[in-house]
Design a protein around this ligand. Structure first.
Ligand code: GRG
Length: 294
C-alpha cells in the first residue's frame, strides 16, 4: 500500500468536509472565522480524522457517513493545538509551518478561535443524526466529550504543565502521554468503529490499537523534538528540552525511547490480528510512526 497516497486521499475528503462545516471567513465578525480557518487549514496531517475513517473502513463502514465524526476530531485537535501554543501554556510562535494563531490574530482571538472549534466539533457530531440512530450518536458525543475533558486531554495537559522542570517518574510520563495524546487517537478510532457497528471484540481490539498507536505517536513526537527537521516539522525543535518537559527521551535516553516506541507499534499491530486486509491502512499508519519525519 502507498500509505502517503492513501492518507492524502482521506485528508482531501476531510478538508472538503471542514470547508463545508466551518463558517465562511467573511461571516460577521470575520476576525474569528478567519482565525479558525487560518489554523485549521494551516496544514496538518489529518491523522486523527483519517483513523476515524479507517477504523470504520476496517468494519465495512462508508466514509461519507462517518465524515462528520472525522471532521469533528480534527476541529478538536486544532483547538488543542491553538490553546497549547498560547503564551500561558507552551508559548510557541510556530505551528504547521506558520506563525501560531495568537501571533497573527492576538491572544484573545486565539483563545476564542480554540473555543469556537471545540464547540463546532460538537455541533458537527450532531450531523451524524441524519444517518445514525440517536442513541449511537449520543454515545459517540459522550465519548468525545470524555476524551476532551478532565479525564482525557485536559488532565494530560494539566499534568504536563505541572511537571515542567521536575524529576518525574515513568508512570507519570505515561499518564501524560495517555491523556494528552492517546485519548484523542483512542476516541477517533472508537468513534469510527462504533459508527460502523463494531461488536465488542472488534471494538476492544481497535481500542487497544489506538492506545498503543497514541503512545507510540507521542514517543516519536518527543524523539523528533530532539532529532527532527524544523522545516519538515513546521515548528522549532528542542522546545521540550528548553522547557524541561517530561518526555521518554528525557527519562530514558534516545535509544531506549526508540525501543519503547517500537514496542508500542508491535502492540498496535498485534491488536489488529483479528482483522484482514481491510485494516491495512491502520497497520501501515502504525508502522510509519517509526520513520515519521513530521
Ligand atoms: C484545554 C486549555 C486547553 C488546552 C488543551 C490538551 C491540550 C491543550 C493540548 C495538547 C496538545 C498537544 C500538543 C498534544 C500532543 C499531541 C501532538 C504531538 C500533537 C501534534 O499532532 P500532529 O503531529 O499535528 O498530528 P498535525 O499538525 O499534523 O495535525
Amino acid at each position: 500500500m502507498n500509505w502517503e497516497r492513501e492518507l492524502a486521499a482521506r485528508a482531501d475528503l476531510i478538508n472538503e468536509g471542514l470547508d463545508r462545516y466551518l463558517p465562511p471567513a467573511a461571516l460577521y465578525p470575520p476576525s474569528i472565522h478567519e482565525a479558525m480557518r487560518y489554523s485549521i487549514f494551516a496544514g496538518g496531517k489529518r491523522l486523527r480524522g483519517a483513523l476515524t475513517l479507517a477504523a470504520a473502513e476496517a468494519l465495512g463502514g462508508e466514509q461519507a457517513r462517518i465524515l462528520p465524526a472525522a471532521c469533528a476530531l480534527e476541529m478538536l485537535h486544532t483547538y488543542s493545538l491553538i490553546h497549547d501554543d498560547l503564551p500561558a501554556m507552551d508559548d510557541d510562535d510556530f505551528r504547521r509551518g506558520r506563525p501560531t494563531c495568537h501571533r497573527v490574530f492576538g491572544e484573545a482571538t486565539a483563545i476564542l478561535a480554540g473555543d469556537a472549534l471545540l464547540t463546532l466539533a460538537f455541533a458537527t457530531l450532531c450531523h451524524l443524526k441524519r444517518d445514525f440512530p440517536p442513541g449511537l450518536v449520543l454515545q459517540v458525543i459522550e465519548e468525545v466529550a470524555a476524551a476532551a475533558g478532565t479525564r482525557g486531554l485536559i488532565a494530560g495537559q494539566v499534568v504536563d504543565l505541572e511537571s515542567e522542570g521536575k524529576q518525574v517518574a515513568p508512570d507519570l510520563v505515561e499518564y501524560i502521554h495517555l491523556h494528552k495524546t492517546a485519548a484523542l487517537f483512542r476516541v477517533a478510532v472508537r468513534a469510527g468503529a462504533l459508527l460502523a457497528g463494531a461488536g465488542e471484540h472488534a471494538l476492544s481490539a481497535l481500542t487497544d490499537y489506538a492506545v498503543a498507536f497514541g503512545l507510540a505517536f507521542q514517543i516519536t513526537d518527543d524523539i523528533l523534538d530532539l532529532t527532527g527537521d524544523e522545516v519538515l516539522l513546521g515548528k522549532p525543535v528542542k522546545r521540550d528540552l528548553a522547557r524541561q518537559k517530561a518526555t521518554y527521551p528525557a527519562l530514558f535516553g534516545l535509544e531506549r525511547a526508540r525501543e519503547l516506541a517500537a514496542f508500542q507499534v508491535r502492540k498496535a499491530l498485534q491488536s489488529l490480528e483479528i482483522f484482514g486486509a481491510e485494516a491495512e491502512f491502520l497497520r501501515e499508519a502504525a508502522r510509519c510512526l517509526l520513520h515519521r519525519r513530521s
